[in-house]
Design a protein around this ligand. Structure first.
Ligand code: NAD
Length: 405
């Protein structure tokens, strides 16, 4: 955006700004040389936004501790923009929200703070963020941008702004609510599909077969969708279905499939812990006080994001059996892990004599030496748990027991 338009990047977090000024994007999305040579001006003072006529809002939209949409940061951002924007401004919301939020929450917050009238003195639009974290093949410019606005002229403006920087182009949607719902459906569809495979993995466990083998066989049909079992953490797929469910419930509909999928996926850390303990019992390994190493705390491979980490939940589930798991992750920030979860990340190359080694998140750093890691850190007859079926068990040391979902 900054290469095409004079652009101010605003954040309330001064630490995030100073790392960006030093060319470091902690999310790992933007390369150092691009940041260093960018014309983007970074500020934490709202006054720096006063000359802007288009405002794009992409603040987090998490859940409350009770699992309801938490729009606090979004409302704060709108209030702040409302105080600095001038008549004629356009405010585009990119955060993931339930249908109706842009027009029923953001618009009124902007009106209250500015004293201006939405749709008359300023306009609102919605264009969801669709980045796939850690996906280096699909960057901002190569993902089609959905755009919707409260009137045709604003839609033309927003489509032109994004169209000039998104090579993949824009997809115009006639209503803001439709664009909001489309974003939620994208991630909910993913969640439901993963839940089905997670349920299948649990059935396979009871049948004494491996889900990975079943998936390989079923995947030979042209229309089989390639989803795999695993832990669903992070700030998108594990969160957005609750936004959709909340909107449905407030409209008088009880979503069954969406919430059942959430229940299955939320139950996976406890299920994996029980499978590990059952496997240990079958090997007559002492469970209480066993030495277990977990590789990966981030919500998926290739990213540093530890929000809604399911490895942490797996460690908590193992703790119920008397196992204090060790956790290593070269991508995650040591201080952030300590502050968020009280977890001291370790260096996996220090591990030895483990009873169980779990590959929870197959970062490239782990995969580069995973067979050596298994050899070095597992005791003879130790158990290797391959949560994402990421490796070839035939290449593991011969005296290692292998378990995948
Ligand atoms: N990051 C992604 O890849 C991605 C993909 C799809 C959708 N989304 C959606 O985009 C939104 C942002 O998510 P994110 O993960 O990129 O967030 P993030 O945490 O990475 O970044 C958001 C930034 O907003 C800042 N912030 C918080 N409150 C603010 C305020 N009042 N004013 C200004 N800045 C404020 C934070 O300090 C933070 O630096 C969410 O709704 C998310 O669901 C993100």
């Amino acid at each position: 955006m900054a290469g095409t338009f004079p652009t101010v990047g605003f954040d309330v977090d001064e630490t995030r700004l100073s790392t960006l000024r030093n060319g470091i994007d902690c999310s790992g999305e933007v390369a150092q040389d691009i940041l260093v040579h960018s014309r983007l001006k970074l500020h934490s003072d709202p006054a720096a936004l006063a000359d802007s006529n288009v405002f794009i809002v992409a603040v987090p939209t998490p859940l409350t501790p009770g699992g309801k949409p938490d729009l606090g940061m979004l409302e704060d951002a709108c209030t702040m923009i409302g105080k600095v924007m001038a008549p004629g401004a356009t405010v585009v919301i990119e955060s993931t929200v339930y249908p109706g939020t842009t027009e029923e929450v953001c618009g009124p917050a902007l009106e209250r703070a500015s004293g201006l009238r939405c749709g008359v003195d300023f306009q609102i639009a919605y264009s969801p963020e669709r980045l796939n974290p850690g996906d280096t093949r699909r960057d901002f410019a190569s993902i089609v941008k959905l755009v919707a606005a409260q009137d045709r002229r604003t839609l033309d403006l927003v489509a032109a702004v994004y169209g000039s920087v998104v090579g993949a182009g824009v997809h115009r949607v006639d209503s803001i609510k439709v664009a909001e719902a489309a974003k939620l459906l994208e991630n909910t569809q993913r969640d439901v599909n993963i839940a089905l495979i997670n349920e299948m993995a649990q059935i396979c466990g009871l049948l004494g077969i491996r889900a990975a083998d079943v998936l390989r066989a079923a995947g030979s049909k042209w229309n089989f969708l390639p989803f795999t079992p695993g832990l669903v953490g992070g700030h998108c797929v594990g969160i957005d279905p609750y936004y959709l469910a909340d909107a449905a419930q407030r409209s008088g509909y009880h979503p069954r499939v969406i919430l059942a999928a959430r229940q299955v996926n939320e139950g996976m850390p406890a299920y994996v812990a029980s499978r590990i303990v059952l496997a240990m019992a079958a090997q007559e390994t002492r469970v209480r006080g066993a030495r277990v190493g977990l590789l990966g705390i981030t919500f998926k491979e290739g990213v540093p994001d530890i929000r809604n980490s399911k490895t942490v939940e797996l460690a908590q589930a193992l703790a119920l059996y008397g196992i204090q798991a060790h956790i290593a992750d070269p991508r995650a920030d040591v201080y952030e892990s300590r502050a968020a979860f009280g977890i001291e990340l370790e260096d996996e190359t220090d591990w030895g004599d483990l009873d169980v080694l779990v590959l929870a998140v197959p970062h490239a750093e782990f995969m580069a030496r995973i067979y050596d890691q298994a050899e070095q850190s597992l005791r003879p007859q130790g158990l290797f748990v391959d949560l994402k079926a990421a490796l070839d068990p035939a290449l593991l040391p011969e005296d290692v027991f292998y378990m995948a979902l």
